[in-house]
Ligand binder design. Structure first.
Ligand code: ACO
Length: 352
């Protein structure tokens, strides 16, 4: 059985900076409220009509491929994690393949729909494929263009102030003999009980079946489409919904649990961690996790202040920045962890 390593990493953030003060002009919110509750000071928004989720992902992917020192033609599998896909279908994986100019080959492309934990899920899938030798060079991308679909009125302020655009990518391959880098283990979990507590339900094919609220404006006519209705648009149902308190309460429980599980599996303890790179959901969540695991400030990476929550992109962006800043070196023990919609959560323990 092979061992998997991250051979290259890169990230891309759009240039346009949106400060909390800019949001104050669009909705009833304040810089103070946003900083106090989330730690966020600013976020990036992609350029409309020029950038989208695939394009941000491709820019990050190019950097990761270059960092890995391989040619893009060597990639034999793509995994793309996002909750803001460019199309409902096809997924961003094939769009990225086209954007990178590596069509016409025998490669496969998989889309991961696990929101904030999408990158960890994708990493685990890639790890299994590399270990078994099924694929040899996998490109894993987490990318989001949230700014395309948020409600920037006061109605949507509890959600829209949190999210930002960006992308991160890694190239995975088999570790060579004597290599100090490897993925030690990954842990994936889910609990669908709370599916609608952090969700983007419309448009969708659910037909109102899961919801107590039946009034989505569906017609009695069985031949009329119910994917999207005028009423959904009018009532603002075509925006994400988040039960912030429940998400917070569950996240601060699941993060430490899954981090301890991945450490325990490898016979390691929190003190041995060089760096924990948590999904950048909310600074208060990360601080809570740090306290619970008794980690020092230098053991926990945070960049949510600058980029907001970039969901599937947040872990690879953070890991890539941590590398650039020299916070991790080859062989260091690094834990990646995420929690999000579904609920789904997971962790990966690496020797960087
Ligand atoms: N600006 C100003 N006021 C606001 C805003 C805003 N952007 N959003 C909500 N408020 C108001 C509310 O309307 C409410 O007003 P009221 O008291 O008059 O009713 C008041 O602020 C408090 O609202 P709460 O929702 O109770 O605020 P809370 O303290 O729970 O903080 C928050 C909200 C920050 C979302 C919090 O619940 C939280 O951090 N939850 C975790 C969710 C999270 O981090 N999600 C990240 C995305 S999901 C993921 O990645 C896992």
């Amino acid at each position: 059985m092979n061992k998997t390593k991250i051979a290259g990493i890169g990230h891309y953030l759009p240039e346009k900076v949106i400060r909390n003060k800019d949001l104050e002009k669009k909705m009833d919110t304040s810089d103070e409220w946003i900083r106090e509750r989330t730690g966020i000071e600013e976020r990036r928004f992609g350029r409309r009509f020029e950038e989208n989720t695939t394009i941000l992902g491709a820019k990050a992917a190019e950097k990761a491929i270059e960092n890995a020192g391989i040619a893009k033609e060597e990639i034999d599998f793509i995994i793309f994690a996002t909750l803001s896909p460019d199309y409902f279908f096809p997924g961003c994986g094939v769009l990225l393949q086209r954007e990178l100019g590596i069509t016409g080959t025998e490669i496969g492309a998989l889309d991961v729909r696990n929101q904030c934990s999408g990158f960890i899920y994708g990493l685990s899938v890639a790890d299994q494929f590399i270990k078994t030798g099924h694929y040899s060079k996998i490109l894993l991308v987490g990318s989001e263009m949230h700014s395309m679909g948020l409600d920037f009125t006061t109605r949507g302020r509890d959600v829209s102030v949190i999210f930002g655009d960006g992308a991160g990518a890694v190239v995975l391959c088999a570790a060579e003999e004597g290599d100090s880098s490897e993925i030690l283990n990954t842990q994936l979990h889910s609990d669908g009980t709370y599916a609608e507590e952090l969700a983007f339900e419309c448009p969708g094919a659910h037909g109102g079946v899961f919801s107590d609220e039946k009034d989505f404006g569906f017609s009695e006519d069985p031949w009329s489409p119910i994917f999207i209705t005028d009423k959904m648009l009018k009532d603002g149902k075509t925006f994400p919904y988040m039960n912030g308190k429940l998400v917070f309460k569950t996240a601060v429980q699941k993060f430490p649990e899954v981090i301890l599980k991945t450490l325990e599996k490898a016979g390691k303890s929190p003190e041995e961690l060089k760096l924990l790179v948590p999904h950048q959901a909310n600074l208060r969540i990360s601080q809570f996790v740090q306290k619970r695991l008794r980690l020092r400030d230098d053991q926990v990476f945070s960049n949510i202040q600058k980029y907001g929550n970039t969901t599937a992109a947040s872990v690879p962006i953070a890991l890539s920045e941590a590398c650039e800043q020299g916070r991790v070196e080859r062989g260091d023990l690094v834990c990646l962890a995420a929690f999000g919609s579904g609920f789904t959560w997971g962790a990966a323990l690496l020797q960087w």
